[in-house]
Design a protein. Sequence first.
Lengths: 407, 246
Amino acid sequence: MGRAGLLLRLAWRNLWRNARRTVILLLAVTLGVAAMVFAAAFSRGMVVAMVDDAIDHLPGHVQIHAPGYRDDPAAEHRFPYPQGRLRAVLDGPLVAAWAARVRVPVVVASEYDTAGVTLLGVEPRREAALAYLGRASVDGRPLADANDAGLLIGRRLAERLDTVRGRRVVITAQGADGALADRGFRVVGLFRSPWSSEEKGIALTGLATAQRLLRLPGEVNEVAVRAADPERLEALVAALRAAAPELEVADWRTLSPLTHAGQQLYSQFTWVWYLVVFLGMAFGLVNTLLMAVLERTREFGLFLALGMRPRWILGQVWFEALLVLVLGLAAGNGLALALARALGEVDVSAFAAGAELAGLAQRIPLIIHGGDLALANGLVLALGLAAALYPAWRAARLAPVRALRRN
Amino acid sequence: MPLWTLILVLLAFPAAAEPDAAAIVRAAIEHYRGKTSWMRLEMVVNRPDWERRLRLEAWTQGLDRSLVRVLAPRKDAGNATLLVGDAMWMYNPRVNRVIRIPASMMNQSWMGSDFSNADIARSDDLIDQYEHRLLGVERVDGHRAWRIRSIPHEDAPVVWGFEDSLIRDDYVILEHTYHDQAGVLVRRLTAREIGELDGRPYALRERMERLDKPGHWTEVHILEARFDRPLPAGLFTLANLRNPRP
């Protein structure tokens, strides 16, 4: 058995000389690490859910518009329904789903009130594969096809307009030619959405119906695209730009900068959380080790008097810290993983309004990511050992005579 | 009543039968506007705690051209509205600007009254956006009066479930009511004084009120009118809206 083995054995025995203290310290490390890993899983889940949600409602990873539309979303900023090369890319392997739509601001009026909303002319079959609203649960009937002349509005919009399913409302808009475009629509269904802005501010009808109303034959204002591989948006954006150089192609980071900023913020925040938990843990560790060193002053004095090198004393204390950290990390990771597996996801729908305000989803999956795990463990181990250096150094620097004389 | 309308009505219907409801509505609106018209009128906007009086001058030509100018009070004088077809412009002399009323503002109140911009702009919609049905014939002040129900077409830009009008046999509209789609009466236009204007029977005083908002009504009182006189060329133009020629 080498010198390290001896020191390790001494450290192990010393740990259990005061079992209660060690258990408390272990518990602190375990809980600290578990909190770090769990928080990382929650934070990652939150970001993933937030981005997924945003893409479901935006919708799509990438959107195509005519130049000028994003600054002034008017009917006149339109382009032909995808065909030729653009259609080939959209139907190609880079794209999971796409939908073309008419999307314009309109005023919807009932007998009692009016509201400004966004009118979407959609192809129901394509929307269902792409966006939340294409699949939203509808009280009444959903849209059948692009020629459907019925109107779907959100539940809250219906409340505001004091109208019900089966009644007619009037939609007034500016047509693509700049002239007034209006007609009556029968409300065939009311949809629900976890995003109240959608329930208050969106009306859907068939694409062809909207094109007739706004005098946009065969034209659309927007194509939304869901990527086959969300991690490789650049390739998709480049392919779409090459296929339609006259149009504006933008990915969700550009279209929803707030979501992108949120994603960045939460990743940064994980670091802050790590640091806070670690600081608490480090003080416990250093304090306990200092205590142990103090109690064993006479013992260390004896070791030194018998000829043990100060380096070894340092190693002994350091090994103690290492043992505590390794045991605590193992237990902490186990606890966090078990908890994450048992919960699966966190339901925050009780705080739906607040969650919506923060742009968060209502169900947050807990995602254990290898990188997060390695980072938390590595951080605790490295910084923990660094922090343990101070008590170890104190023990190693004792003067044997003075140490032996102390009670 | 214009002669050709009379001929049309007579041709379309055997003497014994009542005339067609749509023809009555058309005749009433044409009677109301004339081929051309010029009027001076007073508009009173009443609210539960205040009242506003405006003096207006208005010109119309056919069914789709109108110009309205505010004469008094001084702070509003010079404000003007021009309608050509579906398009509507307003001129405000204080900012010296002509604003085209966008689609989004068509449902808003016209000059703070109980008429919406759409009411002003779409006065002729009643003719072809609805299905008209004769509900019955009544006797009012020694006249026969037709009660007609107008139901908007499925895709007509009309929010009402139906509108009922009571039209006297000399084509004066006595009452026009707006019902929501459950049949509840929401808005009502009533002729409160009928007399003669420039030789034709006419509603001199009309009131528009909302039944869901008690105390909210607007009354239009016609002071003076001329019908079917030639109007100066260039009256219904943006240039004239901004710089009125006397």
